[in-house]
Design a protein around this ligand. Structure first.
Ligand code: GLU
Length: 368
């Protein structure tokens, strides 16, 4: 039995494929209206909602009367710039019917990776929620590209990262993929939808196939990746067919629709931020040090074997290949401290420095 009675902060991700009319790039205005009605009713039950909406590129392409899929980064950037205000205008109009104000927040991956801008995002979402406003997020496609490493790649990932960073209780992923299947439904007729997933195993990833159904752009792979991010951060995720009647209300009421991915662990906000940050280097540590951090002890210089990359104090780095941590020392300082005893830190770096590389609260295991 699913129970979302206590889910107060909800992220709803709306994919391009359900926002557009079947087989076209034209936005389905009627669908935006139905989403506005469903989300407005969530607000009346004292919940806070963030929408992550795709569709900017599609709307831009529609405005330019392009009939085919938008090709090339430059054209996608231009279409996003043209389409984003049009998309927002539709949301504004639809929510306006219910007396609800919406706000636009555009993100790049950098914003979430940098602790300061991430805190700014948290604050602005919090303030908007206090004002009863629904923030509508999208990737800032006109300035972010994979090539310069600022892109999320798809809104599935973006929505899961946002859900985890704003401490959401539930991520509802509305897609043309209606559920996770036990086998690839395109290849096996008897494939069954899985109602609940408690652990995302390699077998699940393999058996899910590329896509669950029809013509999703992100496909099942990015949905599972998103579920991993959400579950690691202690947030439940429901993947469901966005075209089902009153789908959001029915999910919240506990109806068994699509697939629910259950969280693995409850993390602090700081741990979530560490987990979802891109690392800038690696501190290779020995077995003894790894055992110590597993037992929730601080990381000391004596266990350091080598340093990779160049980074500042306060950066998020890898410890070997399965742990992320915030380092109290820069890469140059760590090189000087490698293998040394903690008592020597002051002698080597001067007074006023921390005596450990990372405290347990700043060390997070990727696999739990
Ligand atoms: N950000 C893109 C848009 O608004 C969509 C990305 C995606 O579909 O995942 O058009």
């Amino acid at each position: 039995m699913r129970d979302f009675t206590n889910a107060k902060k909800i992220v709803v991700k709306i994919g391009t494929n359900i926002l557009t009319k079947e087989g076209t790039i034209e936005i389905d205005i009627g669908y935006v209206g139905r989403i506005a009605r469903q989300i407005s009713s969530l607000l009346r039950s004292d919940r806070q909602v963030v929408i992550v909406s795709s569709g900017a590129i599609g709307m831009g392409a529609g405005q330019l009367e392009m009939v085919d899929k938008v090709q090339g980064i430059k054209m996608r950037q231009a279409c996003a710039a043209i389409g984003q205000p049009l998309l927002m205008a539709e949301y504004r109009k639809s929510f306006g019917r219910y007396g609800v104000t919406v706000a636009q927040v555009l993100l790049t991956a950098e914003v979430l990776n940098n602790r300061k801008t991430y805190l700014n995002l948290r604050n602005s979402v919090e303030t908007l929620h206090k004002l009863g406003v629904v923030p509508i997020l999208n990737e800032n496609d006109s300035v972010s590209t994979d090539e310069i490493g600022t892109a999320f790649g798809d809104n599935d990932r973006l929505s899961a990262l946002v859900a985890s960073k704003i401490d959401a209780d539930l991520l509802i992923m509305l897609s043309d993929i209606d559920a996770l299947y036990d086998r690839d439904p395109r290849r096996f007729k008897g494939a069954q939808a899985v109602p609940a997933v408690y652990e995302i195993t390699d077998q699940i990833i393999k058996s899910a196939g590329g896509r669950g159904s029809r013509h999703g752009s992100g496909g099942m792979r990015t949905k599972i990746e998103a579920a991993k991010i959400a579950s690691n951060a202690g947030c439940r995720m429901v993947l469901a067919d966005g075209r089902l009647k009153n789908v959001i209300g029915r999910i919240i009421a506990g109806e068994q629709i699509g697939t629910v991915f259950m969280p693995k662990r409850k993390l602090s906000n700081r741990a979530r931020w560490i987990l979802n940050s891109v690392t800038v280097g690696t501190i290779n540590i020995d077995e003894g040090a790894m055992r110590a951090v597993k037992n929730r002890k601080s990381l000391l210089p004596s266990g350091v074997v080598s340093i990779e990359g160049t980074f500042e104090a306060g950066a998020v780095v890898m410890l070997n290949d399965n742990v992320k941590a915030v380092t109290n020392f820069s890469s140059a300082e760590l090189k000087a401290l490698t293998g040394k005893h903690s008592t020597e830190i002051k002698k080597i770096l001067g007074p006023g420095r921390r005596d450990v590389i990372a405290i347990p609260e700043d060390i997070v295991f990727l696999d739990y």
